[in-house]
Design a protein around this ligand. Structure first.
Ligand SMILES: Cc1cc2nc3c(=O)[nH]c(=O)nc-3n(C[C@H](O)[C@H](O)[C@H](O)COP(=O)(O)OP(=O)(O)OC[C@H]3O[C@@H](n4cnc5c(N)ncnc54)[C@H](O)[C@@H]3O)c2cc1C
Length: 482
């Protein structure tokens, strides 16, 4: 291999799948790569932990099939270790398990007839009103009520959103709703009340993954992808710094000159020609020296993340459901989703056992975040029984894990703040911020892999690009087309 880039040093911040793929692609073409990760292991959100003899991802991690370039990259890394599977999922709504995607017919049949009548009336009223005069979608609530009516918002969309994001849907943007809930014509929805899915788009592309194919490592969870990649990075001579927290980015005019990292007992300065960052964009901006302007700093405090507490259970049953996951929309159930590990790969738990992971969303530092695992387990135990999911007597083991940057919260006004940060970084000549945290987005692994390939491609062949890869363009491509 010709190492024509060996004199160029690239520092990559964040050792999740995005940072690792960028490190891999760049080191393959001879760049001198240094990967900085604050945790003691690589993988970021795409991590698998082994508890007793069972494997658990940090929330279910299926590799989606839509982005061909990202899929090919993963196929190339895992070769015949990559398996294929098909999604099954359900929703627990009004004390019943229903097929996902939820049909309007199921929703209406599961609620009181008077409520169903009110929902249909509200729905028609909203559609007619929106036809006469186009309503403004200033919030998530507006977007849903303008299309589906107030009742459907209150009994399903709004209450589930409130539960997952912990925010009044009136204070969340409509962008999130429009990206996640497809609009269908009145006739279409009415037809689907009888025959089909409320969540399916006219063109047949569904926002629900139900029945769709996905890729997943045959053994050891999504973490297998990370461990094979880690071996490759080590073989290619990538400098991997674990337990290394990015402290400062030192600027020289419009270029990053060096990065200062804090280790448990030391500090280190690393010079760089290029900086790729996948750490939270608001943390990155705060680390810049000299300090960025007041307006940008203030914006960085306005971007908030929803945290997650995951409760892992080992159950003495060979399998509980056929579902990859089940959403729990009711506010009286503490978890909003659970997933069964064996439905991703048979290897996740030995025969006679299965793994269940409960996802509880919360804000870092709140009551749920600080709740001791035993206390949370007791609540979950009751809710698992109440929802007829399993008999707690069959649970042989539990433990919990916290995730600080689980989901981005799209609060009203967030776009302006994010644009302030993105514009700042887009003006730095040798820095690209990308990935789920690097762009403050609600994207998947395939998006991070694809962005990493683009960033590496730019560094390898800048002559093929009119401008530097900009966060603004990445955001547009991956979020707005989502
Ligand atoms: C519950 C849940 C379920 C999901 N399910 C799926 C799924 O089914 N399919 C799918 O494709 N995607 C799924 N995702 C999304 C997927 O996990 C992410 O899109 C992907 O892992 C993001 O990779 P990344 O490298 O961009 O970011 P991350 O994985 O977040 O990596 C960023 C890294 O930066 C490190 N870091 C942060 N700050 C610093 C610092 N100051 N210094 C040094 N390092 C730092 C972090 O420790 C982390 O390792 C899910 C996410 C969640 C939360």
């Amino acid at each position: 291999m010709v190492h024509h880039n060996s004199s160029k040093k690239v520092v990559i911040l964040g050792g999740g799948i995005g940072g690792m793929i960028a490190a891999y692609k760049l080191s393959l073409t001879g760049f001198n790569v240094c990967l900085i990760e604050s945790k003691s292991i690589l993988g970021g959100l795409s991590t698998t932990i082994k508890l007793e003899d069972c494997y658990f991802d940090l929330g279910p991690h299926a590799f989606h099939v839509q982005i061909e370039r990202a899929v090919n990259e993963v196929k190339d890394i895992l070769k015949d270790e990559l398996g294929t599977s098909f999604f099954n999922s359900e929703v627990y709504f009004m004390n019943k398990y229903m097929a996902h995607p939820l049909t309007l017919k199921d929703v209406l049949l599961s609620i009181k007839p008077s409520l169903a009548a009110e929902s249909i009336f509200d729905f028609i009223k909203a559609r007619v009103a929106n036809k006469i005069e186009k309503k403004v979608d200033a919030s998530f609530t507006d977007w849903v009520t303008n299309r589906f009516g107030k009742k459907l918002h209150d009994i399903y969309f709004g209450s589930y959103t409130q539960k997952v994001w912990g925010r009044d849907p009136k204070n969340l943007t409509s962008t999130f709703a429009s990206a996640r809930i497809p609009v269908t014509s009145l006739g279409e929805v009415m037809r689907k009340m009888v025959f089909g899915s409320l969540f399916e788009k006219k063109d047949g592309h569904s926002h629900s993954p139900y029945g769709r194919k996905f890729y997943y490592p045959k053994k050891e969870g999504i973490g297998r992808l990370i461990s094979v990649l880690k071996d490759k990075l080590e073989a290619l001579g990538v400098e991997i710094h674990l337990d290394s927290h990015v402290r400062n980015i030192i600027m020289d005019g419009k270029k990053v000159k060096k990065v200062i990292c804090r280790y448990p007992n030391a500090e280190k300065t690393i010079e760089c020609d290029y900086l790729l960052s996948t750490i939270p964009i608001n943390d990155l901006v705060k680390s810049v020296r000299p300090l960025v302007g007041e307006k940008i700093l203030k914006s960085s405090d306005k971007l908030n993340y929803r945290g997650l507490v995951l409760l892992f259970l080992i159950v003495n049953k060979d399998r509980i459901t056929k579902n990859n996951w089940i959403n729990f929309s009711q506010p009286d159930i503490i978890f909003n989703r659970l997933y069964e590990t064996k439905n991703f790969s048979e290897d996740a738990a030995p025969p006679g056992k299965t793994g269940i992971c409960l996802e509880v969303t919360c804000d870092k530092g709140d009551k749920l975040w600080n709740m001791p695992a035993d206390e949370l387990y007791k609540i979950c135990e009751k809710d698992l029984e109440k929802s007829n999911f399993l008999n707690p007597k069959d649970i042989s083991y539990y433990s919990s894990e916290k995730i600080e940057h689980g989901y981005t919260i799209y609060e009203k006004g967030y776009e302006d703040h994010l644009v302030n940060l993105i514009e700042y970084f887009d003006n730095i000549e040798n820095l690209i911020t990308f990935g789920r945290q690097g762009l403050f987005t609600y994207t998947n692994m395939d998006h991070s892999v694809d962005m990493a390939i683009s960033a590496a491609d730019y560094l390898q062949h800048p002559e093929n690009f009119k401008t530097k890869i900009r966060a603004k363009d990445l955001f547009h491509n991956y979020i707005l087309s989502y």
